[in-house]
Design a binder for this molecule. Structure first.
Ligand SMILES: [Zn+2]
Length: 376
């Protein structure tokens, strides 16, 4: 039952009974015993309009940490096992930083954050890490196609374990976005969803039947390298006319260079869009069209109930999603897209670090590890 509480955050006793199949009296007895041991605590809440008591893991049982490595940032968040975020910080790092340097920066910030909560390193019992690229689940090495090219082939599992002194759950950033939106954001309670992260590259996190789908070696969701233009330019991956060459941030900036200059940033593009700038709208329209073509194929294959756009373009809501919707209507199997909801990320730049925490809370391996620690 402790596992269930860690997974669910702070369920009410009635919810625990419903989801575990135990009787209300049994749940109540177990909760009383766990409360006496100091493992869980009860807090007042409201459920279906009535006062109820939520059960959550005690703060004293430990902390979990999430780390998000980006092209030029490292973001860390610390949470209690009750899923309450207790500290969070982002630091900028130079572009092209190697994996070992990234891990060292993460450890430094992690130490400061843990100290700021009044806890110690020993209180942290689980660690989740996100990277903007594939991680080979068999070898623990960073795979090719990462937008941190300096990291390809780096033994990330080993580096993190060596620095933090504990094994980490490592996952690509799009998968973490999907988990975070499902736990805390736009897709709460949705069992079949696709999260598309658009930044320097484009990747997708797939949740199928309530579980993350990783594929045979962990590289599922590389939607950035599906062909949307058979006569398009050759991509860094060797393929031709990839989605990434039509809708990723560097391409959008390049396409606007003639009208707005070469030193444009994506934030500025989004401001221009809000101000009704025509070239910005046209370029985002084009990106949405290319996204729609790739997503139509995904909808035909997976029939998700929700598509969430996250990353740097999430703020471009209107032209991007409208354009995607139009293409889906034109080229996807009608029954596959009839009920699909398109939305932008609710968690924005925090999605990946929160996803690293969600991954820890929901992983079977980590839950067993946590509850093993807790009950020993
Ligand atoms: Zn490609």
């Amino acid at each position: 039952m402790l596992e269930h509480v860690v997974r669910a955050g702070s369920p009410t006793q009635a919810e625990i009974a419903r989801q575990t199949g135990l009787s209300a009296a049994t749940v109540s007895n177990i909760v009383r015993a766990l409360t006496e041991e100091g493992l869980v605590e009860l807090t007042a809440t409201v459920s279906s309009g009535r006062r109820a008591q939520a059960v959550r893991i005690s703060r004293s049982t430990g902390l979990a940490a999430g780390v998000d490595f980006g092209r030029s940032h490292v973001r860390i968040a610390i949470a209690a096992l009750s899923q309450e975020i207790v500290a969070e910080r982002e630091v900028r790092v130079r572009r092209g930083y190697p994996a070992a340097e990234g891990v060292a920066v993460a450890r430094e910030v992690f130490d400061e954050l843990v100290e700021s909560t009044g806890a110690t390193r020993a209180d942290v019992v689980a660690l989740g890490v996100g990277i903007p690229g594939p991680i080979d689940t068999r070898t623990g090495l960073v795979g090719s196609g990462s937008i941190l090219p300096e990291w390809v082939g780096a033994p990330l599992e080993e580096l993190v374990d060596g620095s933090f002194g504990m094994p980490a759950l490592i996952e690509n950033d799009a998968n973490l976005g999907a988990l975070a939106e499902r736990t805390w954001g736009a897709a709460r309670g949705v069992d079949d969803l696709v999260y598309i992260k658009i930044s320097t590259g484009i990747g997708a996190g797939l949740v199928v039947d309530g579980r993350l789908y990783r594929g045979a070696s962990g590289t599922a969701g590389e939607i950035g390298h599906t062909t949307v233009n058979t006569m398009g330019p050759v991509c860094r991956c060797g393929n031709r006319g990839c989605l990434e060459l039509e809708a990723a941030v560097p391409v959008i900036l390049e396409r606007l260079a003639a009208s707005h200059g070469a030193d444009l940033t994506i934030d500025r593009v989004l401001d221009l869009l809000d101000a009704g700038d025509v070239p910005a709208r046209r370029v985002l329209d084009g990106a949405g069209h290319a996204l729609g073509v790739a997503v139509a194929g995904l909808c035909n294959l997976l029939n998700p109930s929700m598509i969430i756009v996250g990353g740097d373009l999430a703020r471009a809501n209107t032209p991007l999603l409208d354009s995607m919707r139009g293409v889906l209507r034109q080229v996807a199997v009608p029954s596959a897209v009839e009920h699909v909801r398109l939305a932008v990320s609710e968690l924005g730049a925090r999605a990946q670090v929160l996803g690293a925490l969600a991954a820890v809370f929901q992983s079977d391996h980590n839950i067993l590890h946590l509850t093993g620690e807790l009950s020993s």
